[in-house]
Design a protein around this ligand. Structure first.
Ligand code: ZN
Length: 269
C-alpha cells in the first residue's frame, strides 16, 4: 500500500513538471536549402573554394498559450523556381522544394493562428516569409530592427504586424519554457532560442550564431559577421547555457545534423 502511494505521488510529481513546462510540441519545418560556392565565406582560410550545402529550417513551437514560429526561411515564391535564386553577389543559391505555407496546412495550422513570429536575425533566408503572418507579433531585438531598416533591401514586414522590440533576453510565455537569448555578432541584434520540451528536454536553436558543427568546435567567425568579438562572446554564452541547462544545440544550417532530425508532420514533445 505504501509503495503504491509512493508510485502515485511520483506520477503526480512527473505530470506536474510536464504541465509546468507549457510547451506541448516542436515541429521542424523545411524552409529551404542554401548552396554556397565557397565554404571559406563562413570558415576563413578553411576549405577555400569547396562548395557547401546548408539546411535552412523553421521551427514551430506549440505552447499552451499560443504558437510561436522561429524564423521564416527562404521566400515561398522560390519553390516555383527550378533554378532557385542567387544571393550574396552570386556566392549562394537559395532553393526550396516545399513552401512553408503548405507545411503549416499539413499540420493543421493557419498563418493567422500564429501568435508570435520570432526571428533570429533579418538575413533573407530567415525572414523570407515574415509577411505571411500579418496578425502576428514580431519578436526582434531593437538593435536588429534599427539595423535592418537602414539597409537598402529591408525585410518585407506586413503593415499590420506589431513589433515587440527587445533589448536583451525574453521569457516569452512567462513560465521559463521558451526564452529568447540575445546573441549578437552575426548581425547587431542576432538572437537564439532556448526551448524546454517536456520529454526531449532543453534545446538551443542557434539561428546563425554558428553555421555548422566544425565552426562551432573551432569557434570560427564568418567573414560577413558584423562583429567578431560579439560573435565569440555569444558562442561562449551559448556553450554556458548548454552546460547549465543540459541542452542540445540544434544548428539551423548544419545539413548533417538536420538530416538526423525529424521534420513535420513529425514532431518533438
Ligand atoms: Zn545569416
Amino acid at each position: 500500500m505504501k509503495l503504491l502511494a509512493c508510485a502515485a505521488a511520483l506520477l503526480f510529481a512527473t505530470s506536474a513538471a510536464v504541465a509546468a513546462s507549457g510547451v506541448e510540441r516542436l515541429y521542424i519545418l523545411d524552409c529551404g536549402i542554401n548552396q554556397g560556392k565557397d565554404q571559406s565565406r563562413w570558415s576563413p582560410g578553411v576549405n577555400e573554394g569547396k562548395p557547401i550545402e546548408f539546411s535552412d529550417n523553421c521551427y514551430l513551437i506549440k505552447h499552451a498559450k499560443g504558437l510561436l514560429l522561429w524564423d521564416t526561411g527562404i521566400p515561398d515564391a522560390v519553390a516555383a523556381l527550378p533554378d532557385g535564386v542567387s544571393a550574396a553577389n552570386g556566392s549562394i543559391v537559395l532553393r526550396r522544394t516545399k513552401t512553408l505555407a503548405a507545411q503549416l496546412t499539413e499540420i493543421g495550422v493557419k498563418p493567422d493562428d500564429i501568435r508570435y513570429v520570432a526571428i533570429s536575425h533579418t538575413h533573407g533566408d530567415h525572414v523570407g516569409n515574415v509577411g505571411l503572418f500579418p496578425w502576428a507579433t514580431i519578436l526582434i531585438q531593437a538593435a536588429e530592427y534599427d539595423w535592418a531598416m537602414a539597409q537598402p533591401s529591408k525585410p518585407a514586414f506586413a503593415a499590420t504586424q506589431k513589433f515587440d522590440k527587445l533589448t536583451g533576453d525574453r521569457d516569452v510565455f512567462g513560465d521559463g519554457s521558451v526564452t529568447i537569448l540575445s546573441t549578437p555578432g552575426h548581425t547587431p541584434g542576432h538572437q537564439s532560442l532556448l526551448v524546454h520540451l517536456p520529454k526531449t528536454g532543453a534545446i538551443v536553436l542557434s539561428g546563425d550564431a554558428v553555421h555548422f558543427r566544425d565552426n562551432w568546435d573551432n569557434r570560427r567567425v564568418p567573414s560577413m559577421n558584423t562583429d567578431r568579438d560579439q560573435t565569440l562572446a555569444s558562442m561562449q554564452r551559448i556553450a554556458t547555457v548548454l552546460t547549465e541547462q543540459k541542452a542540445q544545440l540544434w544548428i539551423n544550417h548544419d545539413k548533417a545534423q538536420s538530416s538526423q532530425l525529424r521534420y513535420a508532420p513529425a514532431h518533438y514533445e
